[in-house]
Design a protein around this ligand. Structure first.
Ligand code: GDP
Ligand code: MG
Length: 180
């Protein structure tokens, strides 16, 4: 077997307040604490998948302030990421439009950089059904049209769904590397 350490750089992107930090902290600690502040950080977290240690480097990003167009992703981020988790809130349609723009931006960069980076689109806050403004269908269609994974989750309510997001992203990254 190949005992080389496997790493995956995962970048969380999306509008403000959609739950990027909540998803990150859920994955790292299994907990939901409710308030996360505005800290931008890269965390390292090792997880066993199929008996193998996988080191996730997780970049919990902040939205660019002062006039950058929404959906903007820096060159540094585009070069760093092996995989993207693009997060919107199911009760914030504007945040879904940000994800739509980010999908386009990543697809263009992938061509330019000849990158195999993979994308999972996540509709968060599934517990707030009564305030939903983005249908599951809209999310699923965007993912289908751009060849991305798709999940609806609640970082507030369950660990399992969040775990599935990270594991599925790793699986896509692994497959893409194998084909390269
Ligand atoms: P970020 O700006 O994208 O990092 O968003 P945060 O992770 O800071 O979350 C923004 C707000 O949404 C916080 O008040 C969280 O407690 C809340 N939040 C995050 N995820 C969920 C969720 O799944 N359900 C609900 N109801 N609230 C959530
Ligand atoms: Mg945050």
């Amino acid at each position: 077997g190949n005992q080389r350490k496997v790493e995956a750089n995962v970048l969380l992107l999306g509008a403000e307040n959609v739950g990027k930090s909540a998803l990150t902290v859920r994955f790292l600690t299994r907990r939901f604490i409710g308030e996360y502040g505005d800290i931008e950080s890269i965390y390292s977290h090792t997880d066993k998948i199929d008996g193998r240690d996988i080191c996730f480097n997780i970049w919990d990003s902040l939205c660019p302030q002062n006039g950058e167009e929404s959906g903007y992703i820096s060159d540094r981020q585009l070069q760093w990421a092996d995989g993207y988790i693009l997060v919107y809130s199911i009760c914030d349609h504007a945040s879904f439009n940000v994800v739509r723009q980010q999908v386009q931006c990543i697809r263009q960069a992938k061509q330019k950089l000849a990158s195999t980076a993979q994308i999972i689109i996540v509709g968060n806050k599934r517990d707030l059904q009564h305030r939903r403004t983005v249908s599951s269908e809209e999310g699923r269609l965007l993912a289908l049209s751009a060849d991305c994974g798709f999940f609806e989750v609640s970082a507030a309510e369950t660990y399992h769904g969040v775990l599935m997001v990270f594991h599925e992203l790793f699986e896509l990254i692994r497959e893409a590397r194998a084909l390269k």
